[in-house]
Design a protein around this ligand. Structure first.
Ligand code: UT7
Length: 320
């Protein structure tokens, strides 16, 4: 039976680390408030000339090295991002050129913080239909470019970075691979999280705005319900889940989801203390960290829930 298996992970974080105290010099906030209300301690921010595709390329190279694969073996690239280098071509196309791989599909997926789960669904479809055999699936974001650095309610929350996985078609008897995917959305909730501009309106990217409490409420409710739905679709019980690698938005949100799902918070991978919210990059960054430090082991069941602008939300269940 053909399965879509994550055979390697990689990630990249910009060198520049910014503490809460540095932000407190610019806006009316404090290290204590940020830690208590969000769990964030530091974030990485891209250098002035560093682009989303630069970060995606570094993460992709690390995943290729981990897989022991040459870039020529990649026959599909899907990048989840809301902060591309240019409106066109896509980050995926730039990445294909930089890697020197040829042929096969290359495109970006825009689903904000749900982007990586949506990108997995695209890649899974390519593998199932025989369109590709080894797909680079990447979440990469330059959130610092769409932040209003004078707005204390949003500027403290976000960071930059990229995470990559190689999703490969495998035909073996093992259970490993994608077991279930669930994607949902409600465009009527588009007003509570978004940017103030765009190509066809202001000809600028605009700045990120968010009704924090509302997004928090929907995030807890919808990431919990979509995890339940995806785990049930996989024919599993929540107690079978070894690790929840949720979108990293707020530590209090992760604890609230754990409570809703009646799972111990220790089963949630947390990287937002060091990475902050990197939107579509947050899940693959967390996956790479936990896979490399040995927490995630073969046979583990993973649930990857996310929620972002749209509103969009989804969850992928994987046997590692
Ligand atoms: O990735 C997409 C998904 N995004 C999310 O999931 C984010 C979800 N939302 C959140 O994480 C939280 O709502 C925030 C962290 C954004 C805000 O936390 P909160 O506990 O909901 O705070 P709040 O908005 O209710 O604000 C409480 C107070 C307000 O002051 P008053 O009106 O009570 O006097 C804010 O003005 O905290 C104030 N405040 C701040 N104070 C110090 C807001 N931001 C800051 C700040 N520093 N940075």
């Amino acid at each position: 039976m053909a399965r879509s298996v994550i055979i390697a992970t990689g990630s990249y974080l910009p060198a520049r680390v910014v503490t809460n105290d540095v932000l407190a010099e610019k806006v009316d906030t404090s290290d204590a408030w940020i830690r208590e209300r969000t769990g964030i301690i530091t974030r990485h921010l891209a250098a002035e000339n560093e682009t989303t595709s630069d970060m995606a390329l570094a993460a992709a190279r690390r995943a290729l090295t981990a897989a022991g694969l040459d870039a020529q073996a990649i026959d599909g690239i899907v990048v989840a991002t809301s902060t591309p280098d240019t409106t066109m071509p896509s980050v995926a196309s730039k990445l294909q050129s930089a890697l020197g791989s040829r042929g096969g599909p290359a495109l970006d997926v825009v689903a904000a913080c749900t982007g990586f789960v949506a990108a997995l669904s695209v890649a899974h479809g390519w593998l199932e239909t025989g369109l590709a055999r080894n797909v680079l699936v990447i979440g990469a974001e330059s959130m610092s470019r769409i932040i209003d650095w004078n707005d204390r309610t949003t500027c403290i929350l976000f960071g930059d970075g990229a995470g990559a996985v190689i999703l490969a078609r495998k035909e073996d008897e093992s259970r490993r691979g994608i077991l279930a995917l669930q994607l949902e959305s409600d465009g009527a909730l588009g007003t509570i999280l978004g940017t103030s501009g765009g190509v066809s309106t202001t000809q600028t990217a605009g700045f990120l705005f968010m009704e924090g409490q509302e997004v928090f409420r929907h995030g807890v409710e919808k990431m919990s319900s979509v995890t339940r739905a995806a785990v049930a679709k996989a024919g599993l019980a929540l107690s079978d889940v070894t690790w929840v690698v949720a979108h990293q938005a707020n530590a209090r949100m992760i604890i609230a989801i754990a409570r809703q799902l009646k799972l111990p918070p220790e089963r949630f991978i947390v990287t937002l203390d060091r990475h902050a919210n990197t939107s579509a990059a947050s899940i693959p960054l967390a996956l790479d960290a936990a896979a490399r430090d040995g927490r995630i082991a073969p046979g583990d069941i993973l649930a990857l829930p996310a929620l972002g602008a749209g509103l969009t939300w989804g969850c992928c269940v994987i046997c590692w």
